[in-house]
Design a protein around this ligand. Structure first.
Ligand code: AMP
Length: 414
């Protein structure tokens, strides 16, 4: 016999308390986001590989190293979605959502796939809750989204989180800035770490992320993107900040904040939690005004964020929502009563009770224990003389002979 198989590295089974905690998170996220007009969206688990190559950017780690891509039976190149924004923008275009009142506000809770080094808080299949608002470049959209994520963190009792924000400007500003930064990096090539040096052309902004001492020293005198913004973008960023200030939300402006995906323009932000250790990013996002055009649509602004469900649960301390109580457990001594018990369970459920019945042929004693373990309020025991109803809390027992009396008791219990 061969050895039993385990779940693939970087994946997990979600069960027991973890499943209950996730359901509670979903419930809290839905309540918050839908109260602000965000509609649920589901997109396919896989998309054309080209969507991510074009949307997320050829030079990003995600596209270069982390995609689960495969050919299907028809020879198409498909990729398990590594992120949610590009698919949602595709759906926005595909379904003509630009004809709806703008911005179109959408939210999701789905799983994503990245081939990354698995470690605590980093998985190869992980879940994200996310929100996108497409079709308006008003700074209030950015501020609303940033505040919504703050509220979600609050709801989930993620304390001590730190918010960093910045603005990347437009793609044009960034391109010009990139040249200046590249020139600066070239002038300091000898001081840089080898991986930063190798990526000068590909992704010079990443140099700000480095922990390498020489690189950090060289970056201290590097030109800053925030200083290079044009007037319109500077004003846009100021507009976002004013609204955050009005709301009393604390944040740090961090000109080195870069995000892993290419589509960002203008506002970017990230929430970190010190409770998380090395993988401390709980959630982040920003504006992506060029993405829809990049995907072949008309110029359409957009903004959004995603937060990792596993990390939210790790960093958060929200009490789990109580599982639904078991109103009624139906047991029986004689196996011949199983049919009657089955029928009674159906009746009780139709009447709106959470009912369960004995399904494993336990002894009467075993059934009592099981009803107790489930936390059942009432035990109904089908016996030859009729049905005995026992209040599991008081231990009080009433014998019932006919169905009508039983129905009456169940009704009173509701
Ligand atoms: P990103 O899409 O990279 O901006 O990620 C947004 C959020 O998703 C991060 O802040 C994390 O909370 C979460 N996340 C990203 N990658 C992973 C991963 N491999 N495993 C678990 N969570 C992740």
């Amino acid at each position: 016999l061969s050895a039993p198989l385990n779940a693939p590295r970087g994946t997990q089974d979600v069960l027991g308390e973890e499943a209950i905690a996730r359901a509670a998170l979903e419930q809290r996220a839905r309540k918050l986001l839908e109260s602000c007009g965000y509609e649920r969206i589901e997109t396919p688990a896989f998309e054309a590989t080209e969507l991510f190559a074009r949307g997320v950017g050829e030079s990003t780690d995600v596209v270069q190293k982390q995609m689960y891509s495969f050919q299907d039976g028809g020879g198409r190149s498909l990729t398990l979605r590594p992120e949610g924004t590009a698919p949602i923008c595709r759906a926005y275009l595909e379904h003509g959502m630009s004809r709806r009142p703008q911005p179109v506000k959408l939210w999701y809770l789905s799983s994503f796939f990245r081939y990354e080094r698995a470690q605590a808080g980093r998985y190869r299949q992980f879940w994200q809750v996310g929100a996108e608002a497409i079709g308006s470049d008003d700074p209030a959209v950015d501020a609303e989204l940033i505040l919504l994520l703050a509220e979600l963190l609050d709801e989930l009792a993620v304390s001590d989180s730190r918010l960093r924000i910045s603005s990347l400007g437009t793609h044009a500003t960034r391109a010009a800035y990139r040249e200046r930064l590249t020139a600066h990096l070239r002038a300091h090539e000898q001081e840089l770490s080898s991986d930063v040096r190798e990526r000068i052309e590909l992704n010079p902004l990443r140099a700000f992320d480095s922990d390498h001492a020489g690189t950090r020293a060289a970056m201290a005198s590097a030109p800053k993107l925030l200083d290079a913004l044009d007037d319109v973008d500077r004003e846009h960023f100021a507009g976002v900040r004013t609204l955050l200030d009005d709301a009393g939300l604390a944040y740090d402006v961090d000109h080195t904040l870069v995000r892993g995906l290419d589509y960002y323009t203008r506002t970017v932000f990230e929430y970190e939690s010190p409770a998380l250790g090395a993988q401390r990013g709980v959630g982040g996002g920003g504006r992506y005004d060029g993405l829809i055009a990049q995907l072949g649509g008309p110029e359409t602004p957009g903004c959004g964020w995603a937060a990792g469900v596993e990390r939210l649960l790790l960093a958060g301390d929200a009490p789990p929502l109580a599982p639904p109580p078991v109103d009624l457990f139906i047991g029986y001594g004689d196996p011949a009563r199983e049919r009657a018990a089955f029928g009674l369970a159906r009746d009780a459920r139709r009447a709106g009770l959470n009912a369960q019945l004995e399904l494993a042929g336990r002894s009467l004693k075993g059934q009592l224990k099981h009803a107790d373990r489930l936390g059942a309020q009432i035990l109904a025991l089908l016996e030859d003389e009729g049905t005995a109803i026992r209040d599991m809390h008081s231990g009080e027992q009433v014998s019932v002979v006919d169905e009508a009396a039983l129905a009456e008791i169940l009704r009173r219990r509701r």
